[in-house]
Design a protein around this ligand. Structure first.
Ligand code: 4NP
Length: 159
């Protein structure tokens, strides 16, 4: 069997958006019987929450949809450019922060916004729910649910 496609989701704190994107992508691939085909992880452009579980509001919202997040926050590392096949940032600040860490065109080529894979939302950010209320977490859940399904479809089509 060929080696799994490795995908890294990146946000600022690695406690709200990217760990949820990771959990949803794994969920959708497992549901489609494809768990061995992909490896997913997430990271933050900061180390503010290193070692912490995902934000309790993110975890509570995910659990209400039947998704458990077990990831612990970790900062993005330049070595992630070598290990992962695809690096997907939640917003343009995350994207420029990652790209600033390397001048290698191969690294830049594998790095983009997650929503570039959601038709009609190319170039758009996944909004940061950290400062807002409960409804923001639900909106982010729905957006990431859709975006990770579309990402999976894209990867299966373009294998
Ligand atoms: P995330 O949200 O980038 O989606 O994990 C944030 C979490 C924490 C902070 C900012 C954004 N913070 O400033 O601590």
């Amino acid at each position: 069997m060929s080696s799994p496609t490795r995908i890294l989701f990146v946000c600022l704190g690695n406690i709200c958006r990217s760990p949820l994107a990771e959990a949803l992508f794994i969920h959708h691939s497992e549901k489609n019987g494809l768990s061995g085909r992909f490896e997913a992880d997430s990271a933050g452009t900061s180390n503010y929450h290193e070692g912490e579980k995902a934000d309790s509001r993110t975890r509570k919202n995910a659990i209400s949809h039947g998704i458990e997040i077990t990831h612990r926050s970790r900062p993005f590392s330049v070595s992630d450019f070598e290990y992962f096949d695809l690096i997907l940032a939640m917003d343009s600040q995350n994207l420029s922060d990652i790209l600033a860490l390397s001048t290698d065109p191969d690294h830049h080529q594998k790095t983009s916004l997650l929503l570039d894979f959601l038709p009609g939302s190319e170039g758009k950010p996944v909004p940061d729910p950290w400062y807002g209320g409960e409804e923001g977490f639900e909106q982010v859940y729905n957006l990431l649910d859709l975006a990770t399904r579309k990402l999976l479809e894209h990867l299966l089509r373009n294998r």
